[in-house]
Design a protein around this ligand. Sequence first.
Ligand code: TMP
Length: 204
Amino acid sequence: MCILVDVEGIDGVGKSTVIRLTADELRRRGYLVYVTSEPSDSPIGLFIRKNVLESNLEVEPTALALLFAADRVVHYNRVIRPKVQEGYIVITERYIESTVAYQGSQGVPIEWIMEINSTVAEPDLVIILNAPLSTVAGRLTSRGTLEYFERNISFLKSVQETYLRRARERNYPVIDASRLIKDVVNDVLTLIEDKAQGKCKNNN
Ligand code: TMP
């Protein structure tokens, strides 16, 4: 048994790059690492990407919360749990806290979100990446086509506020992702190695 790490933060904050570089370094240090993300590539995840994120279709936030939770059940049971059991450090880009932050900011009650996610395990570690909205907005614009939630900076501001409030309430570490990438990765590495110690295989 090893650990599940959830890396969270608003669109454009740099999650993918930080996860990739962190995973490379953990592997170099001898750990088995498996990187994944949500929405996952299950049929439900693909449905969400195609019919919601890449389209202009307005979907009721409650229905969206259920779709993301359904994708998560499949993702957890078929991918995450087996990999954790095999001894991998599983790093997921987005998990339960994304539904809390995004659909919670759309007005869906957080207690209910936690309830519909109660059949999957909570992560061993949740890391929130945070950066000023001006930095994030610049990154998103330079990406070209914007998806569903990326178009609305004031919505992303409330998502960011929800992340930071949850971090205070649940003691999640918040990492300043506007610094040099190597410093951000170093902080994330320290947090993950602290949790992994004694639980995960390390071949070195
Ligand atoms: P991404 O793959 O670029 O991160 O896009 C996923 C989008 O879906 C992002 O805008 C956040 C949103 N999302 C939710 O609203 N709720 C969720 O539970 C998840 C996993 C993602």
